[in-house]
Design a binder for this molecule. Structure first.
Ligand SMILES: C[S@@+](CC[C@H](N)C(=O)[O-])C[C@H]1O[C@@H](n2cnc3c(N)ncnc32)[C@H](O)[C@@H]1O
Length: 428
Protein backbone atom coordinates (compact mmCIF):
# COMPACT_ATOMS: atom_id res chain seq x y z
CA UNK A 1 0.00 0.00 0.00
CA UNK A 2 1.28 3.47 -0.90
CA UNK A 3 1.75 6.10 1.74
CA UNK A 4 -1.50 8.12 1.84
CA UNK A 5 -1.16 11.67 0.56
CA UNK A 6 -3.47 14.29 2.04
CA UNK A 7 -6.15 13.72 4.65
CA UNK A 8 -8.81 11.02 4.21
CA UNK A 9 -12.39 11.75 5.36
CA UNK A 10 -11.80 9.37 8.29
CA UNK A 11 -8.61 11.20 9.29
CA UNK A 12 -10.53 14.52 9.01
CA UNK A 13 -13.16 13.19 11.39
CA UNK A 14 -10.49 12.03 13.87
CA UNK A 15 -8.73 15.39 13.70
CA UNK A 16 -12.03 17.13 14.44
CA UNK A 17 -12.53 14.79 17.41
CA UNK A 18 -9.02 15.56 18.63
CA UNK A 19 -9.89 19.26 18.53
CA UNK A 20 -13.04 18.67 20.48
CA UNK A 21 -11.31 16.40 23.04
CA UNK A 22 -8.50 18.95 23.47
CA UNK A 23 -11.09 21.57 24.36
CA UNK A 24 -12.67 19.16 26.85
CA UNK A 25 -9.25 18.49 28.37
CA UNK A 26 -8.64 22.22 28.83
CA UNK A 27 -11.99 22.36 30.65
CA UNK A 28 -10.89 19.37 32.78
CA UNK A 29 -13.90 17.29 31.74
CA UNK A 30 -13.99 13.67 32.94
CA UNK A 31 -12.74 11.15 30.37
CA UNK A 32 -11.20 13.97 28.22
CA UNK A 33 -7.62 12.78 28.65
CA UNK A 34 -8.37 9.14 27.83
CA UNK A 35 -10.62 10.16 24.92
CA UNK A 36 -7.81 12.28 23.51
CA UNK A 37 -5.29 9.46 23.84
CA UNK A 38 -7.74 7.12 22.16
CA UNK A 39 -8.29 9.58 19.31
CA UNK A 40 -4.52 10.02 18.89
CA UNK A 41 -4.22 6.22 18.56
CA UNK A 42 -7.01 6.17 15.98
CA UNK A 43 -5.13 8.85 14.04
CA UNK A 44 -1.96 6.74 14.00
CA UNK A 45 -3.95 3.70 12.83
CA UNK A 46 -5.52 5.79 10.05
CA UNK A 47 -2.27 7.40 8.89
CA UNK A 48 0.30 4.62 9.09
CA UNK A 49 0.85 2.10 6.32
CA UNK A 50 0.76 -1.67 7.00
CA UNK A 51 4.57 -1.71 6.80
CA UNK A 52 4.81 1.05 9.38
CA UNK A 53 2.36 -0.75 11.65
CA UNK A 54 4.39 -3.98 11.41
CA UNK A 55 7.63 -2.14 12.13
CA UNK A 56 6.10 -0.32 15.08
CA UNK A 57 4.66 -3.49 16.62
CA UNK A 58 7.55 -5.83 15.89
CA UNK A 59 10.61 -3.54 15.82
CA UNK A 60 9.95 -0.45 17.86
CA UNK A 61 7.98 -1.85 20.82
CA UNK A 62 10.09 -5.00 21.46
CA UNK A 63 13.27 -2.93 21.05
CA UNK A 64 11.84 -0.37 23.48
CA UNK A 65 11.32 -3.05 26.11
CA UNK A 66 14.88 -4.32 25.58
CA UNK A 67 16.34 -0.82 25.92
CA UNK A 68 14.20 0.04 28.94
CA UNK A 69 15.31 -3.12 30.75
CA UNK A 70 18.97 -2.51 29.87
CA UNK A 71 18.68 1.11 31.03
CA UNK A 72 17.13 -0.04 34.33
CA UNK A 73 19.88 -2.68 34.80
CA UNK A 74 22.52 0.04 34.18
CA UNK A 75 20.74 2.52 36.50
CA UNK A 76 20.72 4.95 33.59
CA UNK A 77 17.55 6.69 34.77
CA UNK A 78 19.05 7.25 38.24
CA UNK A 79 22.04 8.88 36.53
CA UNK A 80 19.86 11.06 34.30
CA UNK A 81 18.12 12.67 37.29
CA UNK A 82 21.45 13.59 38.98
CA UNK A 83 22.20 17.36 39.25
CA UNK A 84 18.49 18.18 39.12
CA UNK A 85 18.11 16.48 35.76
CA UNK A 86 20.61 18.78 33.96
CA UNK A 87 21.55 17.53 30.43
CA UNK A 88 24.34 14.93 30.37
CA UNK A 89 26.79 13.90 27.67
CA UNK A 90 26.77 10.35 26.32
CA UNK A 91 30.40 10.05 27.49
CA UNK A 92 29.43 10.88 31.07
CA UNK A 93 26.53 8.42 30.96
CA UNK A 94 28.87 5.72 29.60
CA UNK A 95 31.34 6.32 32.44
CA UNK A 96 28.65 6.45 35.11
CA UNK A 97 27.03 3.20 33.95
CA UNK A 98 30.32 1.41 33.23
CA UNK A 99 29.32 0.69 29.65
CA UNK A 100 30.92 1.19 26.25
CA UNK A 101 30.16 4.69 24.91
CA UNK A 102 29.11 3.41 21.49
CA UNK A 103 26.78 0.88 23.14
CA UNK A 104 25.07 3.27 25.56
CA UNK A 105 24.72 5.72 22.66
CA UNK A 106 22.72 3.11 20.71
CA UNK A 107 20.50 2.31 23.70
CA UNK A 108 19.85 6.00 24.30
CA UNK A 109 19.08 6.70 20.63
CA UNK A 110 16.14 4.30 20.72
CA UNK A 111 14.96 5.79 24.01
CA UNK A 112 15.08 9.21 22.34
CA UNK A 113 13.23 7.94 19.25
CA UNK A 114 10.53 6.52 21.54
CA UNK A 115 10.27 9.80 23.54
CA UNK A 116 11.49 8.34 26.84
CA UNK A 117 14.58 10.58 26.92
CA UNK A 118 15.10 13.84 24.99
CA UNK A 119 18.10 15.15 23.09
CA UNK A 120 19.63 18.34 24.42
CA UNK A 121 22.44 18.53 21.84
CA UNK A 122 24.33 16.38 19.34
CA UNK A 123 25.84 14.18 22.06
CA UNK A 124 23.82 14.94 25.14
CA UNK A 125 20.43 14.04 26.53
CA UNK A 126 18.07 15.02 29.34
CA UNK A 127 15.38 13.21 31.30
CA UNK A 128 11.69 13.57 30.43
CA UNK A 129 8.89 13.15 32.97
CA UNK A 130 8.76 9.46 31.99
CA UNK A 131 12.49 8.86 32.48
CA UNK A 132 12.29 10.67 35.82
CA UNK A 133 9.50 8.31 36.88
CA UNK A 134 11.61 5.31 35.84
CA UNK A 135 14.11 6.18 38.57
CA UNK A 136 11.36 5.56 41.17
CA UNK A 137 11.23 1.92 42.41
CA UNK A 138 7.50 1.32 41.88
CA UNK A 139 7.80 2.20 38.16
CA UNK A 140 11.31 0.83 37.58
CA UNK A 141 10.26 -2.49 39.12
CA UNK A 142 7.39 -2.70 36.65
CA UNK A 143 9.91 -2.87 33.80
CA UNK A 144 11.88 -5.62 35.57
CA UNK A 145 8.80 -7.58 36.54
CA UNK A 146 7.24 -7.46 33.08
CA UNK A 147 10.52 -8.21 31.25
CA UNK A 148 11.65 -11.08 33.44
CA UNK A 149 8.30 -12.56 34.38
CA UNK A 150 5.37 -11.89 32.04
CA UNK A 151 6.45 -10.83 28.55
CA UNK A 152 7.80 -14.22 27.48
CA UNK A 153 4.63 -16.11 28.52
CA UNK A 154 2.63 -13.63 26.44
CA UNK A 155 4.93 -14.20 23.44
CA UNK A 156 4.42 -17.99 23.80
CA UNK A 157 0.64 -17.71 23.37
CA UNK A 158 0.59 -18.45 19.60
CA UNK A 159 2.68 -21.62 20.05
CA UNK A 160 0.57 -22.75 23.00
CA UNK A 161 -2.72 -22.17 21.18
CA UNK A 162 -1.53 -24.00 18.05
CA UNK A 163 -0.61 -26.98 20.26
CA UNK A 164 -3.89 -27.09 22.19
CA UNK A 165 -6.21 -26.66 19.22
CA UNK A 166 -7.15 -23.04 19.88
CA UNK A 167 -8.98 -23.58 23.16
CA UNK A 168 -8.81 -21.20 26.12
CA UNK A 169 -6.18 -22.49 28.55
CA UNK A 170 -7.87 -23.65 31.77
CA UNK A 171 -5.00 -24.82 33.93
CA UNK A 172 -2.45 -22.57 35.64
CA UNK A 173 -0.01 -25.51 35.68
CA UNK A 174 -0.27 -25.98 31.91
CA UNK A 175 -0.37 -22.65 30.12
CA UNK A 176 2.19 -20.56 28.16
CA UNK A 177 3.97 -19.60 31.41
CA UNK A 178 5.51 -23.07 31.91
CA UNK A 179 7.18 -23.31 28.50
CA UNK A 180 8.22 -19.64 28.56
CA UNK A 181 9.93 -19.95 31.95
CA UNK A 182 10.96 -23.59 31.55
CA UNK A 183 9.22 -24.60 34.76
CA UNK A 184 6.46 -26.89 35.98
CA UNK A 185 5.48 -24.41 38.71
CA UNK A 186 2.54 -22.02 38.59
CA UNK A 187 3.52 -18.37 38.31
CA UNK A 188 3.10 -17.47 42.00
CA UNK A 189 5.20 -20.48 43.14
CA UNK A 190 7.86 -19.46 40.60
CA UNK A 191 7.83 -15.92 42.01
CA UNK A 192 8.03 -17.11 45.61
CA UNK A 193 11.33 -18.86 44.78
CA UNK A 194 12.81 -15.61 43.41
CA UNK A 195 12.66 -13.03 46.21
CA UNK A 196 14.12 -10.19 44.12
CA UNK A 197 11.57 -10.69 41.35
CA UNK A 198 8.81 -11.10 43.94
CA UNK A 199 9.85 -7.77 45.48
CA UNK A 200 9.66 -6.09 42.05
CA UNK A 201 6.22 -7.64 41.51
CA UNK A 202 4.94 -6.44 44.88
CA UNK A 203 6.40 -2.94 44.47
CA UNK A 204 4.92 -2.60 41.03
CA UNK A 205 1.51 -3.74 42.31
CA UNK A 206 1.67 -0.94 44.87
CA UNK A 207 2.48 1.76 42.32
CA UNK A 208 0.85 0.82 39.05
CA UNK A 209 -2.46 2.64 39.64
CA UNK A 210 -0.86 6.00 40.42
CA UNK A 211 -3.22 8.80 39.39
CA UNK A 212 -6.31 6.57 39.24
CA UNK A 213 -9.16 6.98 41.72
CA UNK A 214 -9.51 4.46 44.53
CA UNK A 215 -12.71 2.52 45.05
CA UNK A 216 -13.12 3.95 48.56
CA UNK A 217 -13.11 7.59 47.43
CA UNK A 218 -16.50 9.02 48.50
CA UNK A 219 -17.52 9.85 44.91
CA UNK A 220 -16.74 6.25 43.83
CA UNK A 221 -18.16 3.88 46.49
CA UNK A 222 -20.07 5.25 49.53
CA UNK A 223 -18.18 3.39 52.28
CA UNK A 224 -19.79 5.29 55.15
CA UNK A 225 -23.35 4.88 53.84
CA UNK A 226 -22.70 1.17 53.48
CA UNK A 227 -21.64 0.98 57.11
CA UNK A 228 -24.69 2.82 58.46
CA UNK A 229 -26.45 -0.32 59.61
CA UNK A 230 -23.38 -2.12 60.93
CA UNK A 231 -22.39 -2.13 64.59
CA UNK A 232 -18.63 -1.65 64.45
CA UNK A 233 -16.18 -1.78 67.31
CA UNK A 234 -12.41 -2.12 67.44
CA UNK A 235 -12.54 -5.89 67.29
CA UNK A 236 -14.99 -6.16 64.36
CA UNK A 237 -13.24 -7.23 61.15
CA UNK A 238 -14.06 -4.26 58.92
CA UNK A 239 -12.04 -5.16 55.80
CA UNK A 240 -10.20 -8.32 54.86
CA UNK A 241 -7.93 -7.63 51.88
CA UNK A 242 -7.63 -11.10 50.34
CA UNK A 243 -4.41 -11.41 48.28
CA UNK A 244 -3.60 -7.86 49.39
CA UNK A 245 0.13 -7.96 48.55
CA UNK A 246 2.18 -5.62 50.73
CA UNK A 247 -0.91 -3.92 52.14
CA UNK A 248 -0.83 -0.72 50.05
CA UNK A 249 -4.61 -0.71 49.46
CA UNK A 250 -5.33 -1.36 53.12
CA UNK A 251 -3.04 1.49 54.16
CA UNK A 252 -4.64 3.90 51.72
CA UNK A 253 -8.10 2.85 52.96
CA UNK A 254 -7.06 3.37 56.59
CA UNK A 255 -5.63 6.81 55.75
CA UNK A 256 -8.92 7.82 54.14
CA UNK A 257 -10.98 6.55 57.08
CA UNK A 258 -8.72 6.96 60.13
CA UNK A 259 -11.63 7.12 62.58
CA UNK A 260 -13.60 4.08 61.41
CA UNK A 261 -13.47 1.44 64.14
CA UNK A 262 -12.73 -2.14 63.14
CA UNK A 263 -9.84 -4.36 62.11
CA UNK A 264 -8.23 -4.29 58.69
CA UNK A 265 -6.54 -7.54 57.81
CA UNK A 266 -4.27 -8.07 54.78
CA UNK A 267 -3.86 -11.69 53.71
CA UNK A 268 -1.27 -12.96 51.26
CA UNK A 269 1.25 -15.75 50.70
CA UNK A 270 4.06 -16.00 53.28
CA UNK A 271 6.72 -14.48 50.98
CA UNK A 272 4.68 -11.29 50.45
CA UNK A 273 3.82 -11.02 54.14
CA UNK A 274 7.55 -11.38 54.94
CA UNK A 275 8.43 -8.61 52.48
CA UNK A 276 5.79 -6.17 53.71
CA UNK A 277 7.24 -3.15 55.52
CA UNK A 278 5.61 -2.49 58.90
CA UNK A 279 2.08 -1.48 57.99
CA UNK A 280 0.22 1.45 59.52
CA UNK A 281 -1.88 1.61 62.66
CA UNK A 282 -4.79 -0.76 62.83
CA UNK A 283 -3.66 -3.03 59.98
CA UNK A 284 -2.74 -6.67 60.48
CA UNK A 285 -0.74 -8.77 58.01
CA UNK A 286 -1.69 -12.43 57.92
CA UNK A 287 -0.16 -15.31 55.95
CA UNK A 288 -3.06 -17.09 54.33
CA UNK A 289 -3.56 -19.21 51.21
CA UNK A 290 -6.88 -18.10 49.75
CA UNK A 291 -7.66 -21.60 48.48
CA UNK A 292 -7.86 -22.77 52.10
CA UNK A 293 -10.59 -22.01 54.69
CA UNK A 294 -10.92 -18.30 55.45
CA UNK A 295 -9.76 -17.68 59.04
CA UNK A 296 -11.69 -14.41 59.56
CA UNK A 297 -15.21 -15.61 60.22
CA UNK A 298 -18.10 -15.50 62.66
CA UNK A 299 -19.00 -18.01 65.36
CA UNK A 300 -20.30 -20.81 63.16
CA UNK A 301 -19.54 -20.53 59.46
CA UNK A 302 -22.42 -21.98 57.49
CA UNK A 303 -21.63 -24.23 54.55
CA UNK A 304 -23.69 -22.86 51.67
CA UNK A 305 -24.81 -24.22 48.33
CA UNK A 306 -24.78 -22.42 45.02
CA UNK A 307 -28.24 -21.34 43.88
CA UNK A 308 -27.76 -20.30 40.26
CA UNK A 309 -30.89 -18.90 38.64
CA UNK A 310 -30.48 -15.14 38.34
CA UNK A 311 -27.53 -12.89 39.09
CA UNK A 312 -28.90 -9.92 40.98
CA UNK A 313 -29.63 -10.14 44.70
CA UNK A 314 -31.53 -8.23 47.34
CA UNK A 315 -29.34 -5.81 49.28
CA UNK A 316 -28.59 -5.63 52.99
CA UNK A 317 -31.22 -5.47 55.69
CA UNK A 318 -32.29 -2.22 57.39
CA UNK A 319 -31.75 -3.65 60.90
CA UNK A 320 -28.44 -2.97 62.66
CA UNK A 321 -26.12 -5.89 62.07
CA UNK A 322 -23.74 -7.28 64.59
CA UNK A 323 -20.92 -9.00 62.71
CA UNK A 324 -18.40 -11.58 63.74
CA UNK A 325 -17.21 -12.26 60.19
CA UNK A 326 -15.87 -9.39 58.10
CA UNK A 327 -18.00 -6.53 56.79
CA UNK A 328 -15.99 -6.37 53.54
CA UNK A 329 -14.00 -9.17 51.94
CA UNK A 330 -12.01 -7.27 49.32
CA UNK A 331 -10.16 -8.74 46.32
CA UNK A 332 -8.14 -6.37 44.14
CA UNK A 333 -6.62 -7.73 40.91
CA UNK A 334 -6.84 -11.21 42.36
CA UNK A 335 -9.59 -13.05 40.49
CA UNK A 336 -8.28 -11.92 37.09
CA UNK A 337 -5.20 -14.07 37.90
CA UNK A 338 -7.28 -17.26 37.87
CA UNK A 339 -9.56 -19.27 35.59
CA UNK A 340 -13.22 -19.74 36.58
CA UNK A 341 -12.74 -23.05 38.42
CA UNK A 342 -10.06 -21.57 40.66
CA UNK A 343 -12.05 -18.36 41.19
CA UNK A 344 -15.00 -20.48 42.35
CA UNK A 345 -12.68 -22.14 44.83
CA UNK A 346 -11.35 -18.79 46.15
CA UNK A 347 -14.85 -17.30 46.40
CA UNK A 348 -16.30 -20.43 48.00
CA UNK A 349 -13.94 -19.95 50.96
CA UNK A 350 -15.50 -16.52 51.48
CA UNK A 351 -19.09 -17.61 50.88
CA UNK A 352 -18.69 -20.27 53.59
CA UNK A 353 -17.89 -17.64 56.24
CA UNK A 354 -19.97 -14.67 55.09
CA UNK A 355 -22.85 -13.46 57.22
CA UNK A 356 -25.87 -11.52 56.01
CA UNK A 357 -24.04 -8.22 56.63
CA UNK A 358 -20.88 -9.27 54.76
CA UNK A 359 -20.08 -7.99 51.31
CA UNK A 360 -17.56 -9.17 48.75
CA UNK A 361 -15.90 -6.26 46.94
CA UNK A 362 -14.07 -7.16 43.73
CA UNK A 363 -11.84 -4.45 42.27
CA UNK A 364 -11.00 -5.56 38.75
CA UNK A 365 -11.71 -4.70 35.13
CA UNK A 366 -15.26 -5.16 33.94
CA UNK A 367 -14.68 -5.40 30.20
CA UNK A 368 -17.44 -3.67 28.25
CA UNK A 369 -19.13 -5.69 25.49
CA UNK A 370 -18.10 -3.07 22.94
CA UNK A 371 -15.06 -0.86 22.56
CA UNK A 372 -12.97 -2.17 25.50
CA UNK A 373 -9.86 -0.25 26.47
CA UNK A 374 -6.52 -1.67 25.29
CA UNK A 375 -5.43 -1.86 28.92
CA UNK A 376 -8.13 -4.48 29.43
CA UNK A 377 -7.59 -6.42 26.22
CA UNK A 378 -3.81 -6.57 26.60
CA UNK A 379 -3.92 -7.56 30.27
CA UNK A 380 -6.46 -10.23 29.33
CA UNK A 381 -3.84 -11.86 27.09
CA UNK A 382 -1.05 -11.37 29.61
CA UNK A 383 -3.28 -13.16 32.17
CA UNK A 384 -3.84 -15.95 29.65
CA UNK A 385 -0.08 -16.38 29.27
CA UNK A 386 0.64 -16.05 32.98
CA UNK A 387 -1.92 -18.38 34.53
CA UNK A 388 -4.60 -19.50 32.06
CA UNK A 389 -6.65 -16.63 33.49
CA UNK A 390 -8.85 -13.93 32.02
CA UNK A 391 -10.36 -10.47 32.34
CA UNK A 392 -14.18 -10.65 32.48
CA UNK A 393 -17.23 -8.85 31.14
CA UNK A 394 -20.12 -7.89 33.45
CA UNK A 395 -22.05 -10.94 32.25
CA UNK A 396 -19.09 -13.25 32.94
CA UNK A 397 -18.68 -11.78 36.44
CA UNK A 398 -22.41 -12.25 37.09
CA UNK A 399 -22.28 -15.88 36.00
CA UNK A 400 -19.14 -16.66 38.02
CA UNK A 401 -20.51 -15.08 41.20
CA UNK A 402 -23.91 -16.72 40.71
CA UNK A 403 -22.23 -20.13 40.55
CA UNK A 404 -21.00 -19.75 44.14
CA UNK A 405 -24.20 -18.27 45.53
CA UNK A 406 -23.28 -14.59 45.30
CA UNK A 407 -25.29 -11.91 43.53
CA UNK A 408 -24.10 -8.57 42.21
CA UNK A 409 -25.67 -5.66 44.09
CA UNK A 410 -24.07 -3.05 41.85
CA UNK A 411 -21.01 -2.46 39.70
CA UNK A 412 -19.44 0.85 40.72
CA UNK A 413 -17.15 2.90 38.51
CA UNK A 414 -15.46 6.28 38.24
CA UNK A 415 -14.32 8.27 35.17
CA UNK A 416 -10.78 8.33 36.57
CA UNK A 417 -10.50 4.60 37.13
CA UNK A 418 -10.31 1.87 34.48
CA UNK A 419 -11.06 -0.73 37.14
CA UNK A 420 -14.55 -1.16 38.57
CA UNK A 421 -15.77 -2.25 41.97
CA UNK A 422 -18.21 -5.16 42.00
CA UNK A 423 -20.31 -5.23 45.16
CA UNK A 424 -21.67 -8.72 45.79
CA UNK A 425 -23.66 -10.33 48.57
CA UNK A 426 -25.00 -13.73 49.49
CA UNK A 427 -28.10 -14.43 47.48
CA UNK A 428 -31.20 -14.96 49.52
C1 LIG B 1 -1.99 -9.28 41.07
S1 LIG B 1 -1.51 -9.35 42.73
C2 LIG B 1 -2.60 -8.18 43.48
C3 LIG B 1 -2.09 -7.66 44.77
C4 LIG B 1 -2.97 -6.56 45.40
N1 LIG B 1 -4.30 -7.04 45.73
C5 LIG B 1 -3.02 -5.38 44.47
O1 LIG B 1 -4.05 -5.16 43.82
O2 LIG B 1 -2.05 -4.68 44.35
C6 LIG B 1 -2.17 -10.90 43.26
C7 LIG B 1 -1.82 -11.22 44.71
O3 LIG B 1 -2.34 -12.53 45.01
C8 LIG B 1 -1.41 -13.16 45.87
N2 LIG B 1 -1.64 -14.61 45.83
C9 LIG B 1 -1.40 -15.48 44.82
N3 LIG B 1 -1.74 -16.72 45.17
C10 LIG B 1 -2.21 -16.64 46.45
C11 LIG B 1 -2.74 -17.59 47.36
N4 LIG B 1 -2.86 -18.88 47.03
N5 LIG B 1 -3.15 -17.16 48.57
C12 LIG B 1 -3.05 -15.84 48.92
N6 LIG B 1 -2.56 -14.88 48.10
C13 LIG B 1 -2.15 -15.29 46.88
C14 LIG B 1 -0.08 -12.74 45.29
O4 LIG B 1 0.98 -12.95 46.19
C15 LIG B 1 -0.33 -11.29 44.96
O5 LIG B 1 -0.01 -10.44 46.04
Amino acid sequence: MEKPIGVSPKAEAILAKINQDSQALRCQEPYARSNLLDAARSLIAELETPGEMISRATWAEPALLATLKTAVDLKLFDELIEDDGAPKSIRRLAEATGSEELLIGRIIKHLVAMKIVEESGADSVAATKISKALAIPKYRDGIVMMSDFLIMPCMKIPQYLARNGYRNPQDATDCPFQSAQDTTKICFEYLAERPKLQECFNNYMGGRRQGERSWFDPDYFPVEDKLQHTELNDSTPLLVDVGGGLGHDAEAFRKSYPDLPGRIIVQDLPRSVEQAAPVGRGIEMLSHDFFSPQPIHGESPQPRHPIPSHFLCQTATDNPLSLAGARFYFLHSVLHNWCDAQCRNILAQLVKVMESGSTVLINDFVVPDQNPHWLMTSLDLIMMGMSAATERTGRQWGRLLGEVGLGIVRIWGHPDSTESLIEAELRR
